[in-house]
Design a protein around this ligand. Structure first.
Ligand code: GDP
Ligand code: ZN
Length: 302
C-alpha cells in the first residue's frame, strides 16, 4: 500500500494529527511500525512519518523516520521512569527571559543552555520586556551570552519592538519555547501567532477533568513556514542525563580550557594548575557562569 510523508503536529490520547500534502490527517499508530526510533516514545510531536490513507481525512502511521535530535525528559509514570520526547527534530530551542519583572534568572538560563548543548539543539535567547529597562541595560544583562556566540534577540512583547526580528529567526524552522513563568512567553506567542487564542485553549484544557486525561501537545504553524511548540513545563528541562565529568564540555567558555588543566580529571574547584580557575580569576569566564557550573555540578538544581 502506498504511503505519503507527513509531520506530526498534534497529539492527544494516542491520536496524531499529521500535516501532509493532502492537508491535516487524523491518524493513529499502526500496531507494528515498519521503522521506529530506537529510544523514547514511538511517535512524538515533530516526528516525520509515513502515512497510509484509511479514509477521508484519516490515516494510519506506518513508519516513523529516524530523528535528527530530540528534546526529551525522564517522565515519571506508574510503571517507572520513561524517556519522553517533548519534541522530535527541533531546529532550535528558544529561551525566553524577562529583563525585569521577573529579573532574569541567570542560573536557570545557564541550565537551559547546558541542556541544549547536551541535546544538540541550537539555542536562541530572547531578552523580553526591554521596554522596562531600555535596550542598553538589556544588552548589559545579556551581553555575556552574545560574547559566547549564543544568539540573543531583544524584544518587547508589549510594544512589539524586536518581535519581527524574532519572527525572522523562527521562519522555516521548528522551534521549542521555554522560559520561567511571567517572562512573557504567552504574550510573545500571541503576537507571533495572531490567529491563535492561547489563553482560550488553556482554559478549555483546564476544564477537561479527570486525572488520567493526557495532555494535548501541539506545535503551531507560523505564517510563512515553520512551527512553534511550547514545553509542557520547566521541570521537563532537568539535567537528568548529564554526568558530572562531562558538564564542563557544555560550557563553551570552559570547553577549550579543560585540556590545559594539570589533572585530566580536574573538577575546576580547588585543583592546582586549573586552567578554568585561572580564566575565572582573570575575567575570561564570567563569575556567574562559573557559579552556575558549580551549582549544576555540586548543588541543587533549582
Ligand atoms: P508567561 O508566563 O511567560 O506566559 O508570561 P505572560 O505572557 O503571561 O506575561 C506575564 C506578564 O508580563 C503579563 O502581565 C504581560 O502583560 C507582561 N508582559 C509580557 N511581555 C511584556 C513586555 O514585553 N513588556 C512588559 N512591560 N510587560 C510584558
Ligand atoms: Zn580545571
Amino acid at each position: 500500500m502506498s504511503t505519503i510523508p507527513g509531520l506530526i503536529v498534534c497529539l492527544q490520547s494516542g491520536f496524531y494529527t499529521v500535516q501532509t500534502e493532502l492537508g491535516l490527517l487524523e491518524c493513529h499508530l499502526r500496531g507494528r511500525l515498519k521503522k521506529a526510533p530506537r529510544s523514547g516514545d514511538l511517535a512524538a510531536l515533530g516526528d516525520r512519518v509515513e502515512v497510509e490513507l484509511s479514509g477521508p481525512g484519516r490515516g494510519m502511521i506506518a513508519a516513523v523516520m529516524e530523528r535528527t535530535r530530540a528534546l526529551s525528559r525522564l517522565a515519571p509514570t506508574p510503571k517507572g521512569m520513561y524517556h519522553q520526547i517533548i519534541i522530535a527534530n527541533p531546529d532550535q530551542a528558544v529561551f525566553i527571559f524577562a529583563c525585569a519583572r521577573p529579573a532574569p534568572h541567570a542560573g536557570m538560563l545557564d541550565r537551559f543552555l547546558v541542556i541544549s548543548e547536551k541535546q544538540g539543539i541550537p539555542p536562541l535567547i530572547v531578552a523580553n520586556k526591554i521596554d522596562l529597562v531600555g535596550e542598553e541595560t538589556a544588552r548589559l544583562l545579556f551581553g555575556r551570552y552574545s560574547r559566547l556566540e549564543y544568539p540573543v534577540v531583544y524584544t518587547s512583547a508589549r510594544s512589539g519592538q524586536g518581535v519581527e526580528q524574532l519572527r525572522q529567526q523562527l521562519l522555516g524552522k521548528i522551534s521549542v519555547f521555554a522560559g520561567p513563568s511571567g517572562a512573557g512567553k504567552s504574550t510573545l506567542l500571541n503576537r507571533l501567532l495572531p490567529n491563535l487564542d492561547l489563553a482560550a485553549r488553556e482554559v478549555s484544557q483546564a476544564t477537561s477533568k479527570g486525572v488520567h486525561t493526557t495532555v494535548r501537545r501541539e506545535m503551531y504553524p507560523l505564517a510563512g513556514g515553520g512551527y512553534v511548540a511550547d514545553t509542557p513545563g520547566l521541570k521537563a528541562l532537568a539535567l537528568w542525563d548529564i554526568e558530572a565529568e562531562e558538564l564542563d564540555g557544555y560550557f563553551p567558555e570552559m570547553r577549550p580550557l579543560v585540556a590545559s588543566c594539570q589533572f585530566n580529571d580536574c573538577s575546576h574547584v580547588h585543583e592546582p594548575g586549573c586552567a578554568v580557575l585561572a580564566a575565572v580569576a582573570d575575567g575570561r569566564i564570567h563569575p556567574e557562569r562559573y557559579e552556575s557550573y558549580l551549582r549544576m555540578r555540586f548543588g541543587e538544581q533549582e
